[in-house]
Design a protein around this ligand. Structure first.
Ligand code: G16
Length: 544
């Protein structure tokens, strides 16, 4: 077939280095950008097949998110704007790793197994982040799409959540919104301004927010959006990409893991600050107190703030909807206790990776999901949205209807397709404004258990296998026993390890009653990983 000839020919311009084997990770392929040209071409092919199969538009985002500038990666987006279904992750890996001479066989295998009609139309939306490698890699995706006769639309520089949003808008024929960047700004800013318009006497200080753009795409997009929201929010933007390096000493991952403010940011005492990550799908908040101590408000605190707000509104609106919070093993123990014991909401724990949390959140009328690293959003079931809308349209008592209007605007402000730093920032700002709450009051809802995250280099991180939503290891032999004994040494302690799906490291998490204990436990568990799971290089250094 002519299409297959075209694939073979174009593939020669994007050759696979022989023997290179890459795995589909937590959120797609991610590696040094120099290894990814063939992967991008092939993901263009795969997205085209997925589009033919689903008869819908598919998205391909070129980004390595929180990773350093020299890395890159690709995220595939399914019709409703969610991450691609896990069954197709397997195809992605097969296609990515087929040697050049086996590429057509791998392609035909997917076509046959999925019963794809090649005559079907295909549409693929493509976006990219600001990395220097992203331009040529996104061209490779476009080449893959055209090789199989698909149509593509290149959105150029967009945040990951913006591309998820476009895909959803397109496949819902505009019901979710207009599939343009301007449409995204209009939808979110209108909802934000409506939510905050009735809040009396907000001072300029209360409207002010310091934003760390991680020197990435989020900085560009917040600049574009600023004009739409300035009546309700005044932003001081740092790490806007004009000087510093992407994600270097800045960004949500740096702030969360290092538990300190980004370099090159001006933070006054008590001032609300937030950091995006490299593709603006994560956000964390922070401030420093009068003693100069740094306070982090991570994904757990964000989930608590949002779920408390929604629960109160549901009560005021008299709506009986089931609300749950979905977390991962990284969730601070204090947050889980607070949500379950004080807030009385259902809490679920899944494996790391937004796709897992998203799926679990879909089981509830309202599913609030957040990873501690600041990646998360809220999902509203169709029934929940309808009940809210009915109340907005009704002539029920003022209090019930006012609560329903707030809920309605909240639904419009949230990007339900995936975690979105811009949308999350606006919902947090709106909630703080409506509740007249300072960042310190938000922080005081519960106190985090001190915690520490470390990374350990091993020769093959796949030797670590986990179970129970990654809270326990099943291999290598002896590791879980060693962790259990170490945890027993400390009060209120917990620790787990898991192989990262975005970096070539094993991640170690520990929490305990004091910071000294959390640090010591993290150190000791790192050493156990190093010794039992094939550590490379020097033994992990002890934290001082
Ligand atoms: C991606 C995923 C997140 C995950 C993070 C770290 O985020 O979307 O769900 O928490 O990687 O994953 P891991 O611990 O497996 O490296 P991002 O923002 O980097 O795309």
């Amino acid at each position: 077939m002519a299409q297959f000839q075209e694939v073979t020919q174009k593939s020669m311009q994007h050759p696979k280095p022989k023997g290179l084997d890459l795995q589909y990770g937590t959120a797609g392929f991610r590696d040094n950008a120099q290894h990814l040209d063939h992967i991008m071409f092939r993901m263009g092919l795969l997205a085209t097949l997925r589009s033919k199969k689903t008869k819908a538009t598919i998205g391909v985002m070129v980004t390595a998110s929180h990773n350093p500038e020299e890395d890159n990666g690709v995220k595939l987006i399914d019709p409703m704007g969610e991450m691609v279904t896990p069954a197709w992750e397997v195809y992605a890996t097969q296609l990515a790793n087929a040697e050049e001479e086996d590429l057509l066989t791998a392609l035909k295998d997917i076509i046959e197994r999925e019963g794809i009609n090649l005559a079907e139309e295909a549409n693929v939306f493509v976006g990219k982040d600001t990395r220097s490698s992203s331009a040529s890699l996104s061209q490779a995706v476009l080449d893959g799409v055209s090789a199989l006769g698909g149509h593509s639309k290149d959105y150029g520089l967009v945040t990951t959540p913006q591309l998820h949003y476009m895909v959803c808008c397109q496949n819902t024929q505009g019901r979710y919104g207009e599939a343009t960047v301007e449409g995204y700004y209009n939808k979110l800013s209108q909802a934000f301004l409506q939510l905050t318009s009735d809040v009396p006497n907000r001072t300029d200080d209360q409207k002010h927010l310091v934003v760390d753009g991680a020197n990435g795409i989020g900085a560009l997009k917040i600049r574009e959006m600023e004009g739409h929201i300035k009546k309700g929010l005044q932003i001081s933007l740092f790490n806007d990409g004009t000087g510093g390096k992407l994600n270097y000493q800045c960004g949500a991952d740096f702030v969360k893991v290092q538990q300190k403010a980004p370099a090159d940011i001006k933070m006054n005492v008590g001032e609300r600050c937030c950091s995006f990550d490299g593709d603006a799908d994560r956000i964390v908040y922070y401030y420093s107190d009068t003693e100069g101590r740094f306070h982090l408000l991570d994904g757990d605190k964000i989930a608590t703030l949002i779920s408390t707000f929604l629960k109160e509104l549901l009560t005021q609106a008299g709506l009986n909807l089931k609300i749950a919070v979905v977390q991962t093993a990284y969730a601070n123990g204090s947050s889980t206790h607070y949500l379950e014991d004080t807030m009385k909401v259902i809490v679920r724990c899944t494996k790391t990776g937004v796709k897992h949390l998203h799926h679990a959140a879909q089981e509830f009328d309202i599913g609030v999901y957040f990873e501690a690293n600041g990646h998360g959003t809220v999902l509203f079931s169709k029934a929940a949205e309808e009940k809210i809308q009915q109340l907005v349209d009704s002539s029920s008592s003022d209090e019930r209807r006012s609560a329903a209007i707030l809920l309605h605007n909240t639904v419009n402000l949230i990007n339900q397709t995936v975690g979105d730093a811009i949308s999350d920032m606006l919902i947090i700002e709106a909630i703080l404004a409506i509740k007249g709450m300072t960042v310190q009051q938000w922080d005081a809802i519960y106190t985090d258990l001190p915690n520490r995250q470390l990374k350990v280099k091993v020769s093959d991180r796949r030797v670590i296998d986990t179970t129970d939503a990654e809270r326990r290891t099943v291999s290598p032999a002896g590791l879980q026993g060693a962790i259990d004994s170490l945890v027993k040494k400390y009060r209120k302690a917990r620790s787990f390890v898991r192989p990262s799906g975005t970096e070539d490291v094993v991640r170690v998490y520990a929490e305990a009653e004091t910071q000294e204990s959390a640090d010591a436990l993290a150190n000791e568990v790192s050493l156990a990983v190093y010794r039992l799971a094939g550590g490379v290089g020097d033994e992990p250094k002890l934290l001082q």
